[in-house]
Ligand binder design. Structure first.
Ligand code: ATP
Length: 405
């Protein structure tokens, strides 16, 4: 109960706290523990992924428990057709998306999920199995923001056995998902392996503590990268200009992370780029050479290295007002669609050099077109006397990205 009180009191902000409750043991224990604390109003949501026949009935049962506790409960359904790729990953992404939508709509600032020390230990072991570095071994983040909503995992230091014991002692209902014993899943294999390691003193709380220690180092490194970016990187027209001499003096790991973050910010990639490609780009930057990675190109320009989108990786045309290439918001009333300026457009802007942008940067900036006719290029100031309403802004600057990365 003490851990629950601490968990709830550490939730930032004020107002309603959301609980993501699947009906499984961990999240049912979270529900009962936090309902008993009553320091903040609570609201509960269960996602029905429509993947198991029993899921709908389980969601109803969670609702009944919530009614008994006097808490509001919502069932969020994942409406999906055929899913391409990894179904589990798609279901997880959909789950967090639905929870974020639910929270925003209900004015809920923070949603809690009930991952335990055992989940964290399994994550560390999965990282060890793929010879991961700091980021893989630092485990799941205790808190993050997604879709404008804060998510937190307050039970990362609490064992699954303690939560199950709490429920069983009180005869409280929970679902025992059979997939938890399916050794076809790597995570279940790690669960079994962890049980076998207790004899040599390797335990779930121990591995969860290792993850915490490494996460502290990771946070310090993130701070060093943000400092380096503030000193050495200038964002211009969606490209990044990096001071090469300053970059060369950075510790290797800070330099590597800076370039990694820059490529992920620019490309919108969710996964980190391949290590070999990243090493090549870091080396090219230091040596004044060129390299491409993740749809971005690094090229020298005097004492600077400029990171720019590769033209062939730019997003397709979108209507005015929509987000283009995952990061540009081009607003304006009247006719027009948004796509890259390109070489064809640049040829229609005789004095483009006046803006001081490299050609490779200028051609990747968004332009407003009507058919083949160029109407405006905000980054070059072109056409804006006729269309003063047109503006182009990045949805998130590099500095902001670094803080949340
Ligand atoms: N169907 C669901 N509805 C609501 N919350 C859920 C659901 N599934 C999982 N959760 C929340 O997520 C927590 C972790 O669940 P689980 O370990 O099954 O998910 P996971 O797929 O490993 O998730 P993650 O992607 O966060 O690692 C649960 O304790 C619960 O808080």
């Amino acid at each position: 109960m003490e851990s629950a009180r601490r968990a709830l009191s550490s939730v930032p902000g004020e107002g309603v706290v959301g609980l993501a409750v699947s009906g499984g043991g961990d999240s049912m224990a979270m529900l009962h523990l936090l309902a008993g604390v009553a320091a903040r109003p609570l609201a509960v949501a269960t996602v029905d992924h429509g993947l198991r026949r029993e899921a709908a009935a389980e969601a109803v049962q969670v609702g009944q428990v919530c009614a008994g506790l006097g808490l509001p409960h919502a069932v969020l359904r994942w409406e999906h057709g055929a899913v391409a790729g990894n179904l589990m990953e798609a279901a997880r992404a959909a789950r967090y998306g639905l929870l974020a939508d639910w929270a925003r709509a209900g004015g809920i600032g923070t949603v809690l999920v009930a991952h335990t020390a055992d989940d964290q230990a399994e994550t560390v072991l999965l990282g060890l199995a793929r010879a991961a570095g700091l980021d893989g071994l630092a485990g799941m983040r205790p808190a993050w923001t997604q879709g404008g909503v804060a998510f937190a995992r307050p039970f990362l230091g609490v064992t699954r056995a303690a939560l199950r014991g709490f429920l069983q002692d009180r005869g409280l209902w929970f679902v025992d998902d059979p997939s938890n014993d399916d050794t076809g899943f790597d995570r279940v294999k790690m669960r079994r392996a962890l049980a076998g390691l207790a004899g040599v003193g390797i335990t779930a709380p121990g591995l969860a503590a290792v993850a915490r220690h490494l996460a502290a180092v990771q946070a310090d490194l993130r701070g060093l990268v943000a400092d380096a970016a503030a000193r050495l990187v200038v964002e211009r027209a969606g490209a990044l200009e990096i001071d090469r001499a300053g970059f060369a003096a950075l510790p290797g790991e800070v330099a590597r992370r800076l370039v990694q973050a820059a490529v992920m910010w620019m490309s919108g990639a969710l996964h980190v780029p391949r290590a070999a490609g990243l090493a090549q780009m870091v080396a090219a930057l230091g040596a004044g050479g060129s390299a491409t990675l993740g749809g971005c190109r690094m090229m020298p320009r005097g004492g600077l290295a400029v990171l720019v989108r590769e033209p062939r990786s730019l997003g397709p045309e979108v209507p005015l007002g929509a987000v283009w290439d995952g990061r540009w918001q081009v607003q304006g009333t009247g006719p027009g669609v948004v796509r890259a300026l390109g070489a064809e457009g640049l040829a229609q802007v005789p004095d483009w050099r006046a803006a001081g942008l490299a050609r490779a940067v200028a051609v990747t900036t968004p332009a407003v077109w009507e058919g083949g006719r160029l109407l405006a290029v905000p980054a070059l100031g072109f056409g804006l006397t006729d269309r003063q309403d047109i503006t182009a802004t990045l949805t998130a600057g590099f500095g902001l990205f670094l803080l949340s990365h």
